[in-house]
Write a protein that binds this ligand. Structure first.
Ligand code: GSH
Length: 209
């Protein structure tokens, strides 16, 4: 199928997964090319023209190019799901926005070392101290999320919005780690709803790598 929408990035990247899920959620046709990690590409001159940061993902929408995963999620939702996934009322929208920024600036850095050490390092080479520190930083954030989701069914209130996508991708990465996971009932039932969304297929059902 020919389409004007093109996503660059490997599916082993949490940031690419968000964008693919968002595109699937809004129901827009797209093509995707592997880039980053073992696929390279990101340091080639044409790619650097699109994203001088040499990271994935990148979205091309015709002649328009965009990088920063959560910004791409916002863009797709604003373009194709205004008033639903992208809330129309200013305060409702920024309520969603804050959780997206929280995912990127608070939750993701806390859990990154545990992910890199346990999943990306070949067997037996993980740094146990780094893992322990990362888990200790993440556990209170999971408690915070559980308490938040005890108050409302979705990240930004009563309906699924763009905010649920990055946070659920973060939880997918956290739950995929080979560590003990405390049972958090509200987080668990919200995540079960995320898994049940048809548009999360090909994303939340991927094994971490
Ligand atoms: N803040 C950026 C971070 C992008 C980023 O760090 N991407 C990583 C993968 S998750 C990357 O491209 N790493 C280099 C590579 O894969 O070659 C975003 O959310 O888009």
């Amino acid at each position: 199928m020919s389409t004007n929408l093109h996503i660059w990035g490997r599916m082993s990247s949490i940031n690419v997964r968000k964008v693919v899920w968002a595109a699937q959620e809004v129901g827009v046709a797209f093509e995707r090319s592997n880039a980053g990690g073992e696929f390279g590409v990101v340091k080639t001159p044409p790619y650097l023209q699109m994203n001088p940061n040499a990271v994935v993902p990148v979205l091309q929408d015709g002649a328009f190019t965009l990088w920063e995963s959560n910004v791409i999620v916002r863009y797709l939702c604003a373009q194709h799901a205004h008033g639903t996934l992208y809330p129309d009322a200013l305060q409702a929208r920024f309520n969603a926005e804050r959780w997206m920024d929280w995912q990127q600036t608070t939750c993701n850095p806390a859990g990154r070392d545990a992910f890199v050490q346990l999943i990306r390092k070949p067997g037996g080479q993980s740094d146990a101290a780094l893992v322990a520190k990362s888990i200790a930083a993440t556990e209170p954030l999971m408690d915070l999320l559980d308490a938040h989701l005890a108050q409302q069914p979705f990240m930004a209130g009563t309906h699924f919005t763009m905010a649920d996508i990055p946070v659920a991708c973060e939880i997918h990465r956290w739950l995929g780690l080979p560590i003990e996971h405390k049972y958090r009932p509200h987080l668990a039932s919200w995540y079960a709803q995320m898994l049940a969304r048809p548009a999360s297929r090909g994303v939340l059902d991927l094994e971490l790598s």
